[in-house]
Design a protein around this ligand. Structure first.
Ligand code: HAM
Length: 432
């Protein structure tokens, strides 16, 4: 029988794994460069954790199951609830601010499509315990730094930034009550994924009396920052405070060098129910892909999980949309297989010596391979090149006579004799 992987799930053959490792390295280096610490959590959680505040979108995409004791669990569709649970449990002991990142595997029962799978990895970067737009600016700057590391500039990627408070004031100006804003956000978040007539129908059913879908989208699309901030300030103290916070964020982004990546975009409202303030999403300018990353501020989540109320802000980025974009703009790195040293026996009777040398080099920290088949020197050299080896160490009769090995630099073809104990010489050859 032939059995395929389940729909929306992937096999990672070694060449896929090399690319995946490259992406994880870039995620990790960007996080570490900004002083974030790595954490992990369980692959499934009590279902209730997601029912609490993730919102209808995620709840409908859960892979949920019961254990034999009848307890209900779900494979994790996102990391934020786990993060909030972990932080809430130790809130009093953890030094603040909490700056954590993770690269967990996620499952969502989505309809598989380009850049959206049922199983994916999601880089999460979050700061908790800092009630200052500097935290929002820092996480956005990490994302911009990651794009830079991938060779993607503001010409290719834009981070749309807004605030749910500003958006709710704009909507209030159109007649949508602030208490209805969460429902409106959920709908607006889906506006670019639904056929326009379906979106209009759903919007009009809920808010058609106040404002038509078309007029609302038109207003959000054309809204410029100055005007929105002015409108917000006119709407009372909470609006004025949100406007101040947003202005401060804009300044921090500038100072941190991330501003060129960002554009104010009040159409970004995010679908998850827990966001309370600044929200953002990155999109490729060229490719018709869904968001590359999404995040925002969530100030109530730890409080819901039996912890003290700790402000938080962060984002998640999927591996699949990132790889799709890099492929499309031809920026995928060349991640061919490489090893440092391939050990070759010039004669089968020297194979034992070759193995001992391979073992010694491995112990000394070199990456080393050799042929499992006894064959002519030329064939072993070919295999060394095919394996992407940098050096071939050839074990010949000189080992017995002069205690020497022949080392061939495979890119330049240069060949020389090296004392068998001289690991420095090998390191020097690898360095160029
Ligand atoms: P989200 O918008 O659901 O937010 O997902 C964030 C990102 O994860 C998306 O922009 C996309 O890159 C990736 N992603 C989501 N679903 C899939 C999928 N099915 N296949 C591949 N990639 C996917 C959250 O998950 C929030 N918990 C993010 C966050 C962290 N907010 C604050 N901190």
């Amino acid at each position: 029988v032939k059995i395929q992987p389940p729909p929306g799930m992937r096999d990672f053959y070694p060449e896929d794994m090399r690319l995946q490792n490259w992406l994880f390295d870039a995620w990790r280096s960007a996080s570490l460069a900004f002083g974030f610490s790595e954490y992990e959590g369980p692959i499934f959680e009590f279902l209730e954790l997601y029912e609490l505040k993730s919102g209808a979108g995620i709840a409908s995409e859960l892979f949920a199951f019961e254990d034999r004791g009848g307890r209900r669990f779900a494979l994790r569709p996102e990391m934020t609830p786990t993060l909030a649970r972990m932080v809430a449990a130790r809130a009093h002991a953890l030094p603040r601010p909490i700056k954590w990142f993770s690269t967990p595997r996620m499952c969502r029962a989505e309809k598989p499509q380009r850049g959206r799978l049922r199983e994916f990895f999601q880089w999460n970067v979050d700061i908790l315990g800092l009630d200052d737009p500097l935290a929002d600016a820092e996480v956005i700057a990490v994302a911009a730094d990651f794009f830079r590391r991938c060779g993607l500039g503001p010409a290719e990627v834009v981070i749309g930034v807004s605030s749910r408070v500003i958006a709710s004031k704009l909507l209030a100006g159109l007649g949508v009550a602030e208490s209805d804003a969460p429902r409106a956000f959920e709908l607006i978040d889906r506006s670019d994924r639904l056929p326009p007539e379906v979106f209009a129908q759903q919007w009009d059913a809920a808010f058609g009396k106040q404002v038509s879908a078309g007029a609302m989208l038109e207003l959000l699309k054309g809204a410029d920052l100055e005007r929105c901030l002015a409108l917000c300030r006119e709407a009372g103290p909470s609006g004025a405070q949100a406007a101040d916070v947003f202005e401060q964020l804009w300044q921090w982004l500038d100072t941190l060098g991330a501003r060129p990546w960002c554009a104010f975009d009040p159409r970004v409202v995010r679908g998850l129910a827990y966001y309370t303030g600044v929200v953002f999403e990155a999109h490729a300018r060229s490719a018709a892909l869904r968001a590359l990353l999404g995040g925002g501020r969530y100030d109530d989540l730890t409080g819901l999980l039996d912890g003290p109320r700790l402000p938080g802000v962060g984002f998640g980025m999927g591996d699949a949309p990132m790889i799709e974009l890099l492929r499309e703009v031809d920026r995928l790195p060349h991640t061919s297989e490489t090893i440092e040293v391939f050990v070759i026996d010039a004669d089968p009777k020297l194979f034992d010596h070759a193995l001992q040398i391979a073992a010694r080099l491995r112990q000394a920290g070199f990456t080393v391979d050799f042929s499992y088949k006894r064959q002519a020197l030329g064939k072993q050299l070919k295999q060394a090149i095919a394996r992407g080896a940098r050096l071939a160490v050839i074990v010949g009769d000189e080992l017995a006579t002069r205690n020497e090995l022949t080392v061939k630099h495979l890119a330049t073809g240069e060949q020389r004799a090296v004392a068998s104990a001289d690991l420095h010489a090998l390191r020097a050859l690898l360095a160029n």
